[in-house]
Ligand binder design. Structure first.
Ligand code: INI
Length: 160
């Protein structure tokens, strides 16, 4: 049997930062609810969670990077909603937010999860923020929990 290294799904005793953008707050508030529900259900207490609000998705990486670099958090969960308008503006916002969120994780070695909705319509965003397509905030939180525990398991495995 090969050796398997994986992350368990427990969040107690860890520190989570959430970055959530206010733009389309009707949607992002629901993503936040989903992420908090997930963290709580997996054992995190309110004292272990810090929520940071920023204006829009474009700003998420500007907040996520210093939070991850501070090493005060085991993971950073990024939540936002980019909804297509009549111009390509949203494409630039989504692209920079996506690249920046990925870069925050890669540059710091701290798990940074991606809970950014990019949809054509408000309806599609609602469906993914606690309606029939689930809640992408919840998904981003469970991804962060798994990565925190995977990194811990990897550290132990490398030592042995
Ligand atoms: N910000 C979003 O979070 N979602 C959007 O859909 C969006 N659109 O399409 O304009 C958006 N724009 C604001 C942007 O993120 C910045 O906050 C703003 O440009 C100030 O820097």
């Amino acid at each position: 049997m090969p050796k398997v290294i994986e992350g368990v799904l427990t969040a107690g005793g860890q520190r989570y930062a959430i970055v959530v953008s206010r733009f389309h707050s009707i949607i992002t508030n629901r993503l936040l609810e989903g992420a908090l529900d997930c963290l709580h259900r997996h054992g995190a207490s309110d004292e272990e969670i810090t929520i940071h609000y920023c204006p829009g998705a474009f700003e998420i990486p500007q907040v996520a990077l210093p939070l991850a670099a501070s090493k005060k958090f085991d993971a950073v969960i990024c939540l936002g909603a980019v909804i297509r308008g009549e111009t390509p503006h949203c494409d630039y916002v989504a692209s920079e937010a996506t690249k920046g969120i990925a870069q925050a994780g890669l540059a710091t070695g701290v798990p940074v999860s991606f809970g950014l909705l990019t949809t054509d319509t408000v309806e599609q965003a609602i469906e993914r923020a606690g309606s029939k397509q689930g809640n992408k905030g919840w998904d981003a939180a469970i991804g962060a929990i798994e990565m925190v525990n995977l990194f811990r398991a990897m550290k132990k495995s490398v030592k042995n």
